[in-house]
Design a protein around this ligand. Structure first.
Ligand code: G5P
Ligand code: MG
Length: 222
């Protein structure tokens, strides 16, 4: 019998639509490696690498980081996980990124989260992040055990620079212009599945059901 193929999933969605929340649940439940481009970029910024220094100005302004920087970073990460099934969160984000990725890796499925903008703007105000790990909290939806502190390390939590309302609005515009059209790219390939909703706790069980039926065909949960 042929060895099961590696499962390769991607999550599309506007800033604040719950990609990080839902991708980490998928990663936990189906044992996929969670690769979030924003978290990887923020780690580069924290470490003050050349890439991080170049990316920082774009991120703070709520703009997309240039394709060549992000593609280089993400393809390098993907070479580290050749034997592990994975889920991408936040990458690809432009047609150019999707085309390069498609040449290198064939995605099995793309899950798109559709959450109304007013819900997103409201929820981002309450987000707190542990920058080194990418763990996310929310004052009401997912409060940390100790206010202002990461559950695992006890480090201080911070509000992301790009979570200021002006920056969030720019990121939403950028999403509509550059990333939303990727739905068509993946729809044409026949691998797109869209989930609408306003609450991650309602959307996730539907995503879970969908994947639970799909993943056994690939030999998982892994
Ligand atoms: P990121 O880091 O990829 P965004 O803008 O795509 O950032 P973001 O903001 O990380 O996306 P998310 O992951 O979709 O949002 O959402 P989340 O963090 O899970 O949820 C948002 C908040 O709501 C959290 O506090 C969560 O707890 C809470 N929440 C979740 N569900 C619910 C709910 O049901 N109810 C309530 N009340 N709360 C909830 O990218 C950052 C920057 O990096 C660069 C860009 O500059 C980008 O702006 N970048 C790239 N640039 C170019 N190309 C790429 N591929 C790039 N990737 C990143
Ligand atoms: Mg995120």
């Amino acid at each position: 019998m042929a060895a099961p193929r590696m499962f390769k999933l991607c999550l599309l969605g506007a800033p604040g639509s719950g990609k990080g929340t839902i991708a980490s649940r998928i990663a936990r439940d189906f044992k996929l490696k969670h690769l979030a481009s924003g978290d990887l970029l923020r780690a580069q910024v924290l470490s003050k690498t050349e890439l991080g220094n170049s990316a920082n100005q774009f991120m703070q302004a709520g703009k997309l980081v240039p394709d060549e920087l992000v593609v280089g970073l993400m393809l390098a990460e993907l070479t580290k996980v050749r034997t592990t099934p994975w889920i991408l969160d936040g990458f690809p984000r432009t047609r150019e990124q999707a085309e390069v990725l498609h040449k290198e890796e064939k995605l099995d499925f793309v899950v798109s989260l559709e959450v109304p903008d007013d819900v997103i703007i409201d929820r981002i105000k309450g987000r707190w992040t542990h920058l080194p790990s990418g763990r996310i909290y929310h004052t009401e939806f997912k409060p940390p055990e100790v206010p202002g502190k990461d559950d695992i390390t006890g480090d201080d939590l911070v509000q992301r620079e790009d979570d200021k309302p002006e920056s969030v609005r720019k990121r939403l515009e950028m999403y509509r212009a550059k990333t939303h059209p990727l739905k068509e790219f993946y729809d044409v390939l026949g691998i797109l599945r869209v989930f609408h909703g306003t609450e991650s706790n309602v959307i996730y069980p539907r995503v879970h059901n969908f994947l639970k039926d799909l993943i056994p065909a690939y030999g998982g949960p892994f």
